[in-house]
Design a protein around this ligand. Structure first.
Ligand code: AMP
Length: 441
């Protein structure tokens, strides 16, 4: 199954190629044809499953096919999200998907001035990605009108309810026409979500995918504290010592991955890099060399690795920690499959201490820190402190309740025992969250 077979238009297919997506994720394969056919869709999928593209791609395609309204154009697609971080992330994604279409995508959230937002509405908005609170401020002032909305998405509806947004959602709904297509995404289909669907959707089709945040218990997690400037040398030492194994190394940026692969080559460790700037042919070639064992070391960015069918591996090394904790789980999902033992090794600089804590919070366990002689970091790394965005802890989640060897549902595990509002685990890697990262612990 590829994106073309799902019925997506060439302009979107081009954007996906640019973005490095090759195959649809399960939620995309299920939801895209339904949305294109005009159905209301109730999607059971959490972050990390590719749900944004699952609703975004078909909605953009439908919107682009509509006649452009004359003069001032008001939002015709509205996406409601629980947090500002998610609004930023979703609007960034939609803008990338829409890059070959002439559509304006605007994010709307509180904590910033109203006036620039009023002006954005004056200039015209096609797709509005909004948090309920600020949207209501604009509706009350009459600076935003939703009378032209034809497609509506309630994203992470369970989190919106956890955060007490039900009255706000109901108020927003009063401003949106009845004749519309409605999509609702939620990690669960619990009764309150079903009730929401019953109230606001017409004969919705249900699609559901298993939680992606599953992680084999056979994986060992370790972290080596090291200064950023020494990471490369430590990586070379580790790779030289373990000279037989195939390794997938994750880097942060396309440029960084390229440079790292070159430096490994120079150190006598042949490596190939894959990332979104490489052509599909180049990525496939690198992958087949890696699969055949011709190349032992593959250096990848998250996006490049996500779209590729990488075989099972004994070792994954994070040269840089991912900016979003969920990506740690995607990365190490390459190892320890089907009961095989696997190892996840992370090189962590003092600047990344908070990212490490976010990952530990998501995993629901601590990652062992082992200092390598000669690579001691100049500043200590406290991995046991609370992440900056963590709400006060509830009781610790229970450990080791599942039978041995079974995958663990990390998201559910990390959330167990917390009050609902605490599940608003903000993500790092967005402008606001990034700033929080640099605050001292
Ligand atoms: P989401 O669940 O929408 O937050 O998406 C999670 C991550 O998966 C994001 O980094 C997306 O860019 C990425 N992603 C979504 N769909 C695909 C795909 N078909 N191939 C590769 N990466 C994808």
């Amino acid at each position: 199954m590829n994106f073309e077979q799902l019925g997506l238009a060439p302009a979107l297919l081009r954007a996906l190629t640019d973005y490095g997506y090759q195959t649809p994720t399960p939620i995309q394969a299920q939801a895209i044809p339904l949305v294109l056919a005009g159905h209301d869709v109730l999607g059971g999928a959490q972050t990390g499953t590719g749900k944004t593209a699952a609703f975004g791609l078909p909605l953009l395609q439908k919107l682009a096919a509509l006649p452009k309204p004359e003069g001032l154009h008001r939002p015709r697609v509205l996406v409601l999200t629980p947090t500002r971080e998610l609004a930023v992330q979703v609007s960034d994604n939609l803008r990338s998907y829409a890059k070959h279409l002439r559509l304006n995508v605007t994010a709307l959230f509180g904590g910033v001035g109203m006036q620039p937002q009023v002006e954005a509405f004056r200039r015209g908005v096609d797709v509005l990605v909004a948090c309920p609170g600020r949207l209501i401020d604009h509706l009350d002032r009459g600076t935003c009108k939703l009378g032209e909305v034809q497609m509506l998405v309630l994203d992470e509806a369970d989190r919106m309810l956890d955060m007490g947004f039900l009255p706000s959602i109901k108020r927003v709904m009063k401003h949106v026409p009845h004749a519309r297509q409605t999509l609702l995404f939620s990690a669960t289909f619990e009764p309150r979500i079903k009730a929401l669907a019953l109230e606001f959707m017409r004969d919705p089709k249900e699609v559901q995918v298993a939680a992606q945040n599953t992680i084999a218990e056979t994986i060992s997690h370790r972290a080596h504290p090291v200064d950023g400037a020494k990471k490369r040398d430590l990586l070379i030492e580790i790779l030289a010592r373990r000279h037989t194994e195939q390794v997938l190394v994750f880097g942060k940026t396309k440029h960084g991955c390229n440079r790292l692969a070159e430096q490994l080559e120079k150190a006598g460790l042949p490596a190939l890099a894959i990332h979104g700037n490489k052509s599909q042919a180049a990525r496939q070639k690198a992958l087949s060399e890696f699969k055949s064992g011709k190349t032992r070391i593959l250096v990848a960015t998250d996006v490049a690795a996500r779209g590729l069918d990488i075989p099972e591996l004994p070792l994954v090394i994070n040269h840089d920690l991912p900016m979003v904790a969920e990506d740690y789980i995607h990365r190490i999902g390459r190892t320890g499959r089907n009961g095989a033992s696997g190892e996840a090794l992370s090189l962590v600089s003092p600047d990344e201490a908070n990212l490490l804590r976010q990952i530990q919070k998501l995993l629901g366990r601590e990652i062992a820190m082992e200092t390598v002689p000669g690579f001691e970091p100049s500043r200590a790394i406290r991995s046991d402190a609370k992440p900056f965005d963590a709400a006060p802890r509830g009781p610790r989640p229970p450990r080791n309740r599942r039978p041995h060897g079974k995958p663990r549902d990390v998201a559910a595990h990390a959330h167990a025992g917390q009050k609902p509002a605490q599940r608003d685990g903000r993500r790092v890697g967005h402008p606001g969250a990034g700033r929080r990262d640099s605050r001292p612990a």
